[in-house]
Every structure is written in structure tokens, then in C-alpha cells.
Design a protein around this ligand. Structure first.
Ligand SMILES: [Zn+2]
Length: 316
């Protein structure tokens, strides 16, 4: 089978590998699609973990069960599944534990992105939104859009989305934001104040992973409100004025999830929403590439051209 591996910064190579033998609790999945994740861009650029190559990205897999280990129950050959793969997903086949597979129903498989959805599900559940809450989402990329869609299901009053890109804000409006703010042109704190009788937001989600949006969190959240850090804060250490955040009695929530049980639970909930038609990713998967075009797929995810939200590799 063919697999794409990262052999150096911005350098993919294709290798032929043997299809591995299955352990009793494993499943062989013929990969239909594998999403390109923002968290993989650092290793692609050569920024993550020095120069440890080769590396095997690809964890947002969907596909069709092609074989099952002898102890696997509830999955059979031909089942369509969304999968959390421990890497190696940019390949024709991948082997995963059976508990990492979730039914994909009759969803188009390139839209069955269970793993990123799990992050968004867990984030929104952690924030524990109340009906009529005023919610600010800073960052209208793929993850911000997912969080926005799920927050909208929880019945907020104002759903205010902030970004610096006009196309991202247009999309946020189409997805149901009640207000959008271009922070390169307007003051987000003033806009939020005006909409909340000077109080500030009940909940603010920071979904960028940079210093500037982190600063804004403290400026737009009300006293005792929730500051939810969703962005992936790699690289340079960030600063927050903890004295002020402390004085404001913010509930600071770290929306990064590492425990397997939590991630799997988020995937199950996300797939129930997708397969029931309550949620769709159709408007978010904007760029599709073949396996041979994987370099271009990563470049596109890195450059984020106008209209870009998410790229995926469609394998068969
Ligand atoms: Zn991911």
C-alpha cells in the first residue's frame, strides 16, 4: 500500500509498505479521506520537535472497514467509519484499535471528520453554556467555525464572532453569528460592551492560539465570566495579566483534551450529530486533494487563501 511520509521540512515522499497484520482488537481501514490538521503544520514546517524525521502525519481518517481482528465486535468488513488514527493516515490503509472507529452512516466520508469535531464538542461542553448567554468567539477558522456551530445549538443571545479576515467573517455570518467584528478595523471590547449593556460576554472562546487574541479575552469577558482557551499556544510563551484576570474572577478553562476517554466520547457525540443531520461540515471542507498532491494540500492549509477553511486528502 502507498503511504505519504514527511521526510523533512515541507518534504513528502511516498513509500510502498506491507499492510500490517492485525492484533486481536484492531481494525484495518481502507482510507477514504484524511483531513489536514492545523496541529500538523508545525512538523511540516520543521518547527516542532527539532528535526525528527521521518514523521507520519494523518489522524483525521474516514474510510471503510477492510478487515477486523479476532476479538473485534460490532464492526464488519464494509462498514463505513470515522476514525481517530494515531498518525499514518495519509495512506491507502491504516490500522487502528476498534474503539477508535465510529459509524459514519451514509455521510459523505470526506465530511466525517470525527477527531476535530471531538475537540469542539468537548470545548462547548466544558464551557457549559446557559440559555441566552452572550458568547464571543475570537477566531473564525475551522475550529472557530465548529465551536460556533455547536454554541448556536445551545441557545445563546448574542453570538459575536471576531477575526481579522473579511471572508472568514462573512462565513461566520452565514453560519449564524448574530454579530461579527473585524478586529483590524473595529474595537471588539467596544462592540461587546454596546451589545451587553456594558457588562461584557458571559463566555469568550479564544480559538486562534496567539498573543493578540489572548489579550482581547480579558477585555471582553464580564466579571466572573468564562475565558475558554481553545487555541493551540505553541512556540513563544504567552503573557496574561493574571492580576487583572484574578481581580475579574474569570473562570479560566483550558480546552485542550488529552485523555483518551474524553476524546472518544467527543467523537461519539460529534458523529451522532453528523449522522443524524443535526450538524454538517459541508460548508467547512473547502479544499480537496489527491494523495499525490499532499504537499500542495499542506501548503494551502499553511497559506490559507481566501475562502479556505479546511483541506482534506481524498484517497479513494
Ligand atoms: Zn486534528
Amino acid at each position: 500500500m502507498k503511504i505519504a511520509i514527511l521526510t523533512g521540512p515541507k518534504e513528502f515522499q511516498f513509500q510502498e509498505e506491507q499492510i500490517p497484520a492485525l492484533l486481536p482488537d484492531e481494525v484495518l481501514v481502507q482510507v477514504a479521506a484524511c483531513g489536514v490538521c492545523t496541529s500538523e503544520l508545525d512538523m511540516w514546517e520543521g518547527k516542532a520537535g527539532g528535526d525528527m524525521y521521518p514523521r507520519y502525519p494523518g489522524h483525521e481518517v474516514s474510510g471503510v472497514v477492510a478487515g477486523v481482528g479476532k476479538d473485534v465486535q460490532g464492526l464488519t468488513q464494509g462498514d463505513r467509519v470515522a476514525v481517530w488514527a494515531p498518525g499514518r493516515g495519509f495512506a491507502e490503509y491504516v490500522v487502528v484499535k476498534s474503539k477508535y472507529c465510529f459509524p459514519a452512516g451514509d455521510l459523505p466520508l470526506d465530511l466525517a471528520l470525527a477527531e476535530p469535531l471531538a475537540c469542539a464538542v468537548n470545548t462547548v461542553e466544558l464551557a457549559n453554556i446557559s440559555l441566552s448567554d452572550d458568547v464571543v468567539i475570537i477566531g473564525a477558522g475551522f475550529m472557530g467555525n465548529l465551536v460556533q456551530k455547536l454554541v448556536a445549538m445551545q441557545g445563546p443571545r448574542h453570538l459575536i464572532v471576531a477575526d481579522t479576515r473579511a471572508d472568514a467573517l462573512d462565513r461566520a455570518l452565514r453560519l449564524g453569528a448574530t454579530h461579527v467584528v473585524n478586529v483590524s478595523k473595529e474595537s471588539l471590547p467596544e462592540a461587546v460592551k454596546a451589545l451587553t449593556d456594558g457588562q461584557g460576554a458571559d463566555i469568550t472562546f479564544e480559538v486562534v492560539g496567539a498573543q493578540a487574541p489572548l489579550n482581547l479575552v480579558g477585555d471582553v469577558t464580564r466579571m466572573s465570566g468564562k475565558a475558554v482557551i481553545v487555541g493551540f499556544h505553541q512556540g513563544q510563551p504567552r503573557q496574561i495579566p493574571l492580576g487583572y484576570w484574578n481581580w475579574m474572577a474569570f473562570q479560566i478553562l483550558n480546552a485542550h483534551f488529552r485523555e483518551e476517554a474524553t476524546i472518544l466520547r467527543g467523537m461519539r457525540i460529534g458523529m451522532r450529530l453528523l449522522t443524524s443531520g443535526r450538524l454538517s461540515l459541508e460548508d467547512l471542507v473547502t479544499h480537496r486533494f489527491q494523495l499525490s498532491e499532499i504537499g500542495q494540500a499542506f501548503r494551502t492549509a499553511h497559506e490559507k487563501p481566501e475562502g479556505f477553511v479546511k483541506s482534506t486528502i481524498v484517497i479513494q
